[in-house]
Design a binder for this molecule. Sequence first.
Ligand SMILES: *Cc1c(COP(=O)(O)O)cnc(C)c1O
Length: 485
Amino acid sequence: MKNYNSLIFEISQPGRTAYSLPKNDVDTVELNEELPSHLLRSEEPELPEISELQLMRHYTALSNKNFGVETGFYPLGSCTMKYNPKRNEVAAKMSGFSAIHPLQPTNTTQGALQLMYELQEDLKEVTGMDAMTLQPAAGAQGEWTGLLILKAYHAKNGEGEQRKKILIPDSAHGTNPASAVVAGFDVVEIKSNERGTVDIEALKAAVGDDTAGLMLTNPNTLGLFEKDIAEMAEIIHDAGGLLYYDGANANAILGKSTPGMMGFDVVHLNLHKTFSTPHGGGGPGSGPVGVKLHLEPFLPVPRVEKEGDRYVVSSDYPDAIGRVKGYWGNFGVNVRAYSYIRTMGPEGLKQVSESAVLHANYLKSRLEPYFKTPYPQYCMHEFVLSGSNLKKHDVRTLDIAKRLLDFGIYAPTVYFPLIVEEALMIEPTETEPKEMLDEFADAMIQIVKEAEESPELLREAPHDKSVRRMDEVTASRKPVVVYQK
Ligand SMILES: *Cc1c(COP(=O)(O)O)cnc(C)c1O
């Protein structure tokens, strides 16, 4: 028996089948004349031939190689890899939601529209905004949508040509400057101070009548709350700019504060992070955008609204930026978020952020003695350590991350944010029990010991995985994605 690391093509034997259809007993029709010859297959496709049992073993072995939040701890900073309650999945699978078509007449989809409308209302409350769209399919697309709204606002005021600059702190998530460039802005980087928050003097120096806005994450990606936010909002607004809030990781502030209170004009949320959808492997996501009243006319269309006791769809907004996503965005993610919010209730959501912040600070305090802590103050939902103290043993942060895999733990985010040397960014999330937090801390502490005593153990990790270390440069520059015998 070949081992389960074989490709399905390598275990193929001519003549084996996993499933067979009865013999064809109707006449076959020759379509060849009607199809252009270059579209006709001249050889049999090379498909694997295996039995059903082999097939099951093959895919079960593959799935056992997967790592997810249901196999182990996933402290991936800024990604909110928390447990997603199964009742959300049950709701999303209900045929009334999953079997409807977005082009059905709205009198047959009142329930779906009601869900979207009520979710918009809930998210308005969560963010302190006045209007909401559920269209964007991810955080980054929400950023781009929000920036187009901001651009449309300045254009409407006759300042579209003049206000070209978006200010972004150097600690920001990489999607922020990327979205700003895609939306047609010039990016101005604002330095952080030694406390890890925005340097107010640097902000003042950068602001002018060419400022379109400031993009800010609060708490920022170092897990630190920008305490000067009120002053920053005043500086930007006084200069005629607007404030954009990156709310991808809202599990730090739910029920405690809102971007609306902080002075922001436009915000996106990541429903797939904060509001609970499994989202490893790149999708699916949902990045709703909320705005204050003065930006409402520019929201994407169509919009879901309520008229009396009916839910309607309206595109009657002449200043709207248009449509940013086909149909209604990722509707299934919105159902999960709605289910999650209604399950938790306002008190439950408050507890989410209390636990997220408590867990992060607990882990931070356990690990602080063993790593460099660039920012010693209390953190919010996540924190950043520096592995630079292990460099003297010729051990790098990447080695720590790889060694953690041997402990059955996923690696933290590494080398981000860019402003911290040998960064390890840890977000335990609110859903982990204390025992798991302790197991992770113990593993990290043992790894620091190993770095001193037997650093090669780290440099050669992981030891028991089917893939050790990949040549990531070759993998991205010269990928081999087609099976060749
Ligand atoms: C995840 C994240 C984003 C991007 O969200 P996507 O859904 O991956 O596009 C933006 N900003 C922050 C702070 C994030 O954590």
